[in-house]
Write a protein that binds this ligand. Structure first.
Ligand code: F6R
Length: 240
């Protein structure tokens, strides 16, 4: 693991955003794996600024997102698809036909998982995957469990995740299920960039980096990835 510590989330946004822009400039038709949540917003803002300044183009880039809630219309204001449109896609020259998303309303989650894996493989696999981390060590929605997960699947969210994310749901109850890429799918990414900011992530960061590789802390699997870069602010790194 390549661990980089920054003062605050603004510095991380610039550093991680630059890493992604440099990557796209080097490989303009690359495949990006993207995350939602509060953590990547400064990174997405930096990328959008670079695009607005004419420093990078996403017209041939393909993207795949990590996860999507179940039982929520794709265009609901709280869907992860809407999050990506609002926070990134609408600010770039990205072709929406090149945007891959899990269908949280798929009648057959297994068939949906197979479709997603085939779609990713047909584009050559994910070149660089952006991740956040949950307070319980989850990555995507792979919650602490007895075994590491494989490919995409439907998952019941834990109380910790529901507590953390329900602040975004002011009109309807937060969904209890999600479709998520599995640990196996994430580990196939050629490069992984995980960002963690804030003291609430410090315990999970410590377990990810210094703890044993265990499905009880799903992010700990990244110790076994050949090219995982971890961006931390001082608060998230405070227990290392
Ligand atoms: C989101 C995702 C989640 C988040 C994690 C941290 O696509 O996969 O694993 O990265 O829950 O969320 P924030 O960034 O809101 O603290």
């Amino acid at each position: 693991m390549d661990i980089r510590i920054f003062k605050n989330e603004a510095e991380i946004g610039a550093a991680a955003g630059k890493l992604f822009c440099d990557f796209v400039n080097e490989k303009p038709d690359c495949v990006l794996g993207l995350a939602t949540g509060a953590t990547p917003v400064p990174t997405y803002n930096y990328i959008a600024e670079q695009y607005a300044a004419g420093k990078v183009s996403f017209k041939d880039v393909k993207t795949f997102n990590l996860d999507e809630y179940c039982d929520l219309p794709k265009t609901h204001k709280n869907s992860y698809y809407t999050f990506m449109i609002e926070n990134l896609f609408s600010k770039l020259d990205l072709n929406l036909d090149n945007v891959g998303f899990l269908d949280g309303n798929a009648a057959d989650p297994e068939a949906e998982s197979a479709r997603y894996a085939a779609d990713i493989a047909s584009k050559g696999g994910i070149d660089i995957q952006l991740l956040g981390i949950g307070r319980n060590g989850h990555i995507a929605f792979n919650e602490p469990a007895d075994e590491f997960t494989g490919e995409s699947h439907k998952i019941k969210l834990t109380d910790s995740t529901i507590e953390a994310n329900s602040i975004y749901f002011d009109d309807i109850p937060m969904p209890r299920y999600a479709m998520t890429m599995g640990i196996g799918s994430i580990m196939k990414s050629k490069k992984i960039v995980l960002i963690a900011t804030g003291a609430s992530k410090a315990e999970a960061v410590k377990a990810m980096i210094n703890g044993p590789v265990t499905p009880q802390c799903p992010a700990s699997i990244l110790q076994q990835h050949e090219d995982a870069v971890i961006f931390l602010d001082e608060a998230a790194a405070s227990l290392l």
